[in-house]
Structures are given as structure tokens and as C-alpha cells.
Design a protein around this ligand. Structure first.
Ligand code: PEP
Ligand code: MN
Length: 346
């Protein structure tokens, strides 16, 4: 059921509370027109009560058997907050995992340009141990005269690449009119930086049963990113991966400024997995390796990087794409660091 209203209370159940006691609280909340989100973690069961503040205040929740304490959720974001769900969310896509110690290694072309370009890249990244394939077919371009992507024709190429390599697909959705076409093929739906606050698009992907990769807007605060994720989760889709991809600052020597500090902050604030896109942050391929390694060391749950067979011929973002021939060495470094962090590629 989609949550309505704003979740206001955390009902912390006693360590020894029974399933029946949890059900009783949930039933009383339902009777009062509120929705309950139960999360059972290592530290016991917590129920987030989602409903009208006044209505919840009228329930004598503290007196219920098994209830240890009732607390307000203080953060503006509720469902995505660590207050509500203490354990990390692990997102599973076709047997590959992201979050909770599983490192998502997403690689592929910026843009699906033609069949061989995408298949060649897909084979190379699969052989070097990437866990998912990225590739845009609906491209957000600054110039209306630039290549806008292959659209549905590109989706068919991606599907073929998945068929051959087994890698799940990550691709961007820009327009609610393309939801059906994208959802039919994508395994993970990317919401790009420019659409991070496209609230109707966020609600739309909140109602589909596929994971969402939500990129931080170039001028969005961390709180705004979390509020955007809340829009998706509020509709019932709890499978959201957050992505730091660089923000706009006064600095011009990199395309954007990778906010590496956002990684530990987000990990503190939310149970959702947090990945980093060093490619768009860097804008130049020689910086992608160092930024990717910084992301792993900062505790990111994954990276998403651009790879192309011949970057000098790329229709989009050539300077930042790693040539296929250099991807193996890049992947070896990432794998070693992921292991050093005590994690594994998911
Ligand atoms: C992309 O990943 O293809 C992309 C366009 O990135 P961003 O939305 O972060 O600019
Ligand atoms: Mn790109």
C-alpha cells in the first residue's frame, strides 16, 4: 500500500516483544487510518507510523503490550531515514546485489550509439568483473542540437547486451511517457541529475516494481536528495540507490566537484545504498580512477563509470569515458580496494 500523510512516529518494540504484539500495534494503527511500516533489524523491531500527526497523538501507543517507547521522527525525510530502518537496504537485481557489504560495479557507455559499440563495451566490462551494465538511450543533453539518444531502438540493443553477458541493465528514464518502454527492458531505472526534483517523475517510478538509481542534482543539497528519494519510497518502492555525481561549485578544473563527504553523510542518514559516479564528476578520464578509488575508500556501496571502445569517437562525454582497453586495469584496482574495505562486488 502506498503511504499517505507524513510518517511521524517511531514505535520501538521491546526486544522480547512477540509477533502478535507487533501485529496488534499495526492493527490499531490501521483502525485509526494510519499505515504502519514494520522493520525488523538486528536491534529488534521498529514500527514507523505514517498518518496524521493529530490522529496518531490520540492513540495510547505507549501503553500497548510489547511497546518500549514511542518517539517522533525528527528528520524531514522519514521512510528513507536510518532512524526508521537501522539495517542497510540491500538491492537485488537478477542475482546481483548493491548495499550491505555488496559493492555495485556499474559500467558501460555513456550513450548507446550503435549495436557493436554497446556489445563490445558490455563484453569487456562483463569480462573484467562489472556487476551491471549502464547505457543511456534517452539522453539529457544541454544542447537541443546534440544527439538525444536512440530511444526504443537503443533499448533493444541493451536487451541484447544483457542477453549475451547476463549483466542487469541500468538506463535513464526522462519522460513519464516512456515509463512502459523503459520499465519493460531496464533492470534499474536511472533518474538523472537534472530530474532529481521532477516530483511527478519520482512518484511515477515509485509505483513501478523496479529499483531506481537516483542521481543527485548538481545544485541539490544532501537533504534535497533524501527528500527526492522519499518521494519514490512513499509510493511503495523501497528499492532506491542514491548516487553522488558531483555538484556545481566555483571550481572549473573538474567538470563538477565530487562531494566525497556526501558519501559518509548519506550513509549516516539513510539505510539506502549510496554509490558514486566519478565519470561525470571528473569530466576527464585521467581523474576517474582516483575519484573512483576515493569513493570506495569513503565507504560507497558502488560506482557507476563510463566506458567506450573508442572514446575519441563517442557521441557524448568522450573525454571522460574509459577506453575498453584500459578498463581491466581499472577494475583490478577497484576490486582490490573493495576487498580491502571488507566488501565484495555484488
Ligand atoms: C548519465 O549518467 O548518463 C548522466 C547523464 O548523468 P547525470 O544525470 O548525473 O548528469
Ligand atoms: Mn555521460
Amino acid at each position: 500500500m502506498a503511504a499517505t500523510g507524513s510518517p511521524e512516529l517511531l514505535i520501538v518494540m521491546d526486544k522480547d516483544s512477540t509477533a502478535a504484539q507487533v501485529e496488534e500495534v499495526v492493527a490499531r494503527l490501521a483502525e485509526a487510518g494510519a499505515h504502519a511500516r514494520v522493520s525488523s533489524g538486528r536491534d529488534g523491531t521498529v514500527i514507523g507510523a505514517i498518518g496524521e500527526r493529530e490522529l496518531l497523538a490520540g492513540l495510547p501507543l505507549e501503553g500497548f503490550p510489547g511497546v518500549e517507547q514511542v518517539l517522533p521522527i525528527l528528520k524531514p525525510y522519514k521512510l528513507v531515514s536510518r532512524e526508521l530502518v537501522a539495517d542497510p537496504t540491500v538491492i537485488e537485481v537478477r542475482g546481483r546485489r548493491v548495499g550491505g557489504g555488496f559493492f555495485g560495479f556499474v559500467a558501460g557507455p555513456c550513450t548507446v550509439e550503435y549495436r557493436e559499440q554497446t556489445l563490445e563495451t558490455a563484453r569487456a566490462v562483463a569480462a573484467s568483473g562489472a556487476s551491471m551494465l549502464r547505457g543511456g538511450v534517452f539522453k539529457p543533453r544541454t544542447s537541443p542540437y546534440a544527439f538525444q539518444g536512440l530511444g526504443e531502438e537503443g533499448l533493444a540493443i541493451l536487451a541484447e547486451a544483457r542477453e549475451e553477458t547476463g549483466l542487469p541493465l541500468v538506463t535513464e528514464l526522462m519522460d513519464p511517457r516512456h515509463v512502459d518502454a523503459v520499465v519493460a527492458v531496464a533492470d534499474v531505472i536511472q533518474i538523472g541529475a537534472r530530474n532529481m526534483q521532477n516530483f511527478s517523475l519520482l512518484s511515477e517510478v515509485g509505483s513501478v516494481g523496479k529499483p531506481v538509481l537516483l542521481k543527485r542534482g548538481p545544485s541539490a543539497s544532501i537533504e534535497e536528495l533524501l527528500m527526492a528519494a522519499e518521494y519514490v519510497v512513499k509510493e511503495g518502492n523501497e528499492q532506491v540507490i542514491l548516487c553522488e555525481r558531483g555538484i556545481r561549485t566555483f571550481e572549473r578544473s573538474t567538470r563538477y566537484t565530487l562531494d566525497i563527504g556526501a558519501v559518509p553523510v548519506l550513509k549516516q542518514e539513510t539505510h539506502l545504498p549510496v554509490i558514486v559516479d566519478p565519470s561525470h564528476a571528473a569530466g576527464r578520464r585521467e581523474l576517474v580512477g582516483p575519484l573512483a578509488r576515493a569513493a570506495v575508500a569513503a565507504g560507497a556501496d558502488g560506482i557507476i563509470v563510463e566506458v567506450h571502445p573508442r572514446p575519441e569517437e563517442a557521441l557524448c562525454d568522450g573525454p571522460q569515458q574509459i577506453p575498453v582497453g584500459e578498463f581491466g586495469a581499472f577494475a583490478d584496482e577497484i576490486r582490490a580496494l573493495v576487498a580491502l574495505m571488507g566488501n565484495e562486488i555484488g
